[in-house]
Design a protein around this ligand. Sequence first.
Ligand code: CP3
Length: 384
Amino acid sequence: SAGGLVAESKGAITAEPLLLNAVKGLDVERPPVWLMRQAGRYMKAVAVFVFLLIESGLSFFLMAVEILISQSYQAICEKHPSFRERSENVDLVVEISLQPWKVFKPDGVILFSDILTPLAGMNIPFDIVKGKGPVIFDPLSTQNDVDVVREFVPEESVPYVGEALTILRKEVGNEAAVLGFVGAPFTLASYVVEGGSSKHFSKIKRLAFSEPKVLHALLQKFATSMAKYVKYQADHGAQAVQIFDSWATELSPVDFEEFSLPYLKQIVDSVKLTHPNLPIILYASGSGGLLERLPLTGVDVVSLDWTVDMAEGRRRLGSDIAVQGNVDPGVLFGSKEFITSRIMDTVKKAGNRKHILNLGHGIVVGTPEENVAHFFEVAKNIRY
Ligand code: CP3
């Protein structure tokens, strides 16, 4: 769109990425599309098949020449079995982030990393264990524990993130937006207090409901640190940033207002002071009961899960804000026709502006890769 033309430093005039134009509410020809967890385990092999049809006499020979453009995520996992190694090495981060880009050309390329990545630099040792998920070695429970949490200094602790983002930005140019992300204070606090993933969230709720001051002190440290981290990512090439509040859903609305919303708002306010044009996306899974409260954080985009009807979500969020989502990741286990119909349903309900097409949560391991390819193909052929 003409409104999205910017002068590049090289002097060339290039269109801004579709995703950024859509967030601004400019006229776009289709919704931009990317998928949460698009980098990772569902991808078997990243290969390009070139079929040469050779006619020879009366017979046809089909010759398939396979050109491997990079190794598969699973091959990388075999060579580098530790998640932390894969996510803290510039070359691997760049390579894994680019795998879905090379195959599907999404409109957003998300950094391969984890919401827990900053924890080590905050003096909270952790690992991500295969089959078990995140593990915090010394879960926090007292004010003393909170006192030893260091404020995050991204330049010192995660220089590989900045380097990787800068390379990604060069690699994708303006064909897609490079996306950074951080964990929301409450979600990060859940992991470090529970010691990992949790079913009942009893430890963090004990803290919230019997020693709220301790939890608030921890949330404050995360809010200050994540605001710095968002700015650091933006300064190194991220063109939009998503905040994941994956466990906000565990809070009743009044508790969300006390333990999550103010800290989300602090991050957004702080980032907007220095980076007023950086779009911020908020994803809170299971947030149907909280929708009207989410725009109070000041974010530009709310990412909806599939338990909310897109048209209703739009109405409840108000017209200023952009929406992302919200196809059920399970839809990708259906037939191609079914996938198409669900995409079209979401797109119709979202309307023809301020919508980023996405799933309602991350791609599930075991999703047929050809269905992911179909999702992108249908999405990219939509015309408003
Ligand atoms: O979207 C992307 O492709 C970018 C990569 C990304 C990862 N984690 C890589 C990853 C992103 C955006 C995240 C965010 C994240 N991490 C969230 C928020 C999103 C959500 O799902 O709500 C959360 C809650 C985490 C914490 C975490 N890290 C969990 C629950 C797990 C899964 C554990 C498991 O084994 O199932 C991880 C590990 C992790 N982070 C994996 C990936 C690809 C899987 C482990 C692996 O590939 O070795």
